[in-house]
Design a protein around this ligand. Structure first.
Ligand SMILES: Cc1cc2nc3c(=O)[nH]c(=O)nc-3n(C[C@H](O)[C@H](O)[C@H](O)COP(=O)(O)O)c2cc1C
Length: 162
């Protein structure tokens, strides 16, 4: 079947997701951060999660080298953070509040949930690479509301219900 990329994108946009910033620590101590909606749970036992990263992302070689990543699930109202980490800026981290846990990945202070992972497997995913991580440490605020992405736009649970 002939597939117009625009139609494919529109059809995939029917699938509502949350928004995450996947962070890491490069070999030279540089902080990595990329907005990603491709986060998903894989397994509870053992605890595994995944995200997929575009091969053209500047941070790709660093995530491949690093061996760890942290998934920061954004909450409602954090669109600016999402936009910041979706832009290939020289210093995405200027003025951003974070802490460091066990593997040096910056953990965003206000995130709704965080999963710090050891990279367990990487798979070829066409123009993306699929990273599967074993969750080593986590934190969550299950009472909070997530930032949503749907139909190519940010959404909130409130807006979605209206
Ligand atoms: C809501 C949203 C979701 C995104 N999801 C992904 C994703 O899952 N994988 C990906 O590779 N890029 C995704 N992007 C695009 C990257 O965040 C963007 O290309 C970023 O600049 C890559 O950073 P880098 O080039 O500095 O590594 C998404 C962008 C937005 C706004």
């Amino acid at each position: 079947m002939e597939m117009d990329p625009k139609d494919l994108r529109r059809a995939l946009g029917c699938f509502a997701t949350g928004v995450t910033v996947v962070t890491g620590l490069g070999a030279e101590g540089e902080k990595l951060g990329v907005t990603a909606s491709s986060f998903n749970s894989v397994s509870l036992d053992p605890p595994l999660v995944l995200f997929s990263l575009n091969r053209r992302a500047h941070s790709m070689p660093h995530f491949l080298d690093s061996g760890h990543f942290a998934v920061n699930v954004l909450r409602e109202g954090q669109e600016e953070l999402s936009n910041r980490f979706a832009t290939p800026l020289a210093d995405k981290w200027d003025g951003i509040d974070y802490e460091i846990w066990d593997f040096g990945c910056p953990i965003l202070t206000g995130a709704l949930a965080v999963f710090e992972c050891q990279t367990q497997y990487t798979y070829d995913g066409g123009d993306h690479v699929i990273f599967v991580g074993a969750v080593e440490r986590m934190r969550a605020d299950p009472e909070g509301h997530p930032l949503l992405f749907y139909g190519g736009r940010y959404q909130s649970l409130e807006k979605a219900r209206a």
